[in-house]
Design a protein around this ligand. Structure first.
Ligand SMILES: Cc1cc2nc3c(=O)[nH]c(=O)nc-3n(C[C@H](O)[C@H](O)[C@H](O)COP(=O)(O)OP(=O)(O)OC[C@H]3O[C@@H](n4cnc5c(N)ncnc54)[C@H](O)[C@@H]3O)c2cc1C
Length: 417
């Protein structure tokens, strides 16, 4: 087996597989090492609800046959109100989507090794030159990329990321049939992706119903173990208990039955990265992490980061005699901050503020969203401070004070030994 490549990628998720697709299309020798066995891929990594938008489908040429359901709207729900925004999207069958990315990158010339668990970087003179997998197997590359999601074995050992426990978001989801998808008193969720802000159901996070056709939907929730989670959580409740509680108390699920074998769970870190690369190495996707903190849109962001890393590798490798030093890979950071996650820090602050708000503020937020025009909302969603100011009211003073104190505690906390 070949043990030397232009690029070695750890992890065949959306980020790694897309990066391999782009590199193989440019004619580079690229190998992807994936820990799961090919026959059951993806199993544990089949974690995503996979709601996405046409921009992602078009930018990456994703075929219709991995789509479970096209959607026409995004609905935001609070305990007693809701807001509907017309926006077309698609709910993918995540497993089919992952397998498609592998097949398509193979068709373009990428090599895959399944059952290959990457454990550590191989370094020479302090620079990564390859990786160790399955204990004693080795493979070498001019550039190595960590795309293993939150496990990040290479990025952690190279001190590129420090994925912090307090920023760890966990999620669980089941697919159901028998859901009352257009129940009187609630928003019409036919052809919709719905996100619900309600600490009773997902303390310090949000829950969702993504319609997948007829009376079926993906139903799940996620949260970070933040201050709000501490404040609103119930003693001894696990994430599964919260989902059961929602299913038992929301009349839309009265006749719902779980579809066998359709459970997904996973995690991600909600934090802004300090570093993204070093000599001969880049970290992409949720390893960094790249997913949007506010609504958890990860697929598009992670694939964009894979594309930015592929373009960066190409810009170096196509020139004989130019080494992939940290300085020459710096363009990846520029592309990431400009195209993948612009305003990453302000979106993170918005996220922290949002999850800190109490349930009655969520009800008011839905009414505020209804009164504001689309342009202001689009700007607020991008993190524009002036547009966000339109959503803040005098009554928010206690919330803002609590938020300011939390930020101060965080800043002071970072000064403590
Ligand atoms: C419950 C849940 C719901 C979500 N819903 C949505 C949604 O609706 N829309 C959306 O856009 N995003 C959603 N996301 C986020 C999205 O799924 C992720 O952001 C995205 O999958 C990250 O892609 P990635 O390639 O960076 O990492 P991953 O998808 O985590 O892929 C990493 C790959 O690396 C492999 N791997 C791990 N460790 C090793 C190792 N040591 N060696 C080799 N291989 C390894 C894994 O098996 C996996 O195949 C959701 C996430 C969760 C958890």
């Amino acid at each position: 087996m070949n043990d030397r490549y232009d690029v070695v990628i750890a992890g065949a998720g959306p980020a790694g597989a897309q990066c391999a697709r782009d590199l193989a299309a440019r004619g580079y020798d690229v190998v992807v090492l994936e820990t799961e066995a090919e026959e059951e891929f993806p199993r544990q990594s089949n974690k995503s609800t996979a709601g996405t938008f046409h921009s992602m489908m078009a930018a990456f040429g994703i075929p219709d046959d991995v789509v479970m359901q096209y959607t026409d709207s995004v609905v935001l729900e609070s305990p007693t109100e809701h807001y509907v925004r017309d926006q077309t999207g698609a709910v993918l069958e995540f497993a089919d989507f992952k397998r498609y990315l592998v097949k398509d990158s193979r068709d373009r010339g990428a090599e895959y090794r399944f059952d290959a668990r990457v454990t550590a970087p191989i370094t020479e003179n302090g620079e990564i030159v390859g990786v160790t997998y399955n204990g004693d197997e080795e493979v070498y590359g001019d550039i190595t990329i960590d795309a293993t999601g939150p496990s990040a074995p290479l990025a952690k050992k190279l001190d590129i990321v420090d994925l912090e426990r307090e920023n760890h978001a966990i999620g669980v989801e089941y697919e159901f049939e028998g859901i009352d998808i257009d129940r009187p008193g609630f928003a019409d969720l036919r052809d919709a992706m719905m996100l619900r802000l309600d600490h009773e159901i997902a303390p310090g996070g949000y829950s969702w119903i993504f319609h997948t056709g007829a009376d079926t939907a993906k139903v799940g929730l996620c949260y970070i173990q933040n201050d709000s989670h501490d404040q609103y959580s119930r003693d001894d409740f696990t994430i599964d208990d919260y989902l059961s509680h929602w299913l038992e108390t929301d009349p839309r699920f009265r006749d719902a039955e779980p579809i066998e074998g359709k459970q997904h769970r996973g995690s991600a870190h909600i934090q802004a990265p300090d570093k993204l690369h070093t000599d001969r190495f880049m970290a992409i996707g949720d390893t960094v992490p790249s997913l949007d903190p506010l609504w958890g849109e990860g697929i598009n962001k992670c694939m964009q980061s894979g594309r930015a890393a592929a373009a960066t590798a190409d810009s170096v490798l196509k020139h004989d005699g130019i080494e992939p030093t940290a300085e020459n890979l710096e363009v990846y950071d520029t592309l990431w901050h400009r195209d993948v996650a612009p305003n990453a820090k302000s979106r993170l602050l918005m996220t922290q503020l949002l999850y800190l708000a109490p349930n009655d503020r969520y009800d008011r937020l839905m009414r505020d969203l209804q009164r504001l025009d689309d342009d202001t909302l689009a700007e607020a969603n991008k993190g524009n401070v002036r547009a966000i100011a339109n959503l803040i009211e005098l009554e928010d003073a206690p919330l803002l004070a609590r938020f300011a104190k939390q930020q101060l505690d965080l800043d002071l906390g970072s000064l403590l030994p």
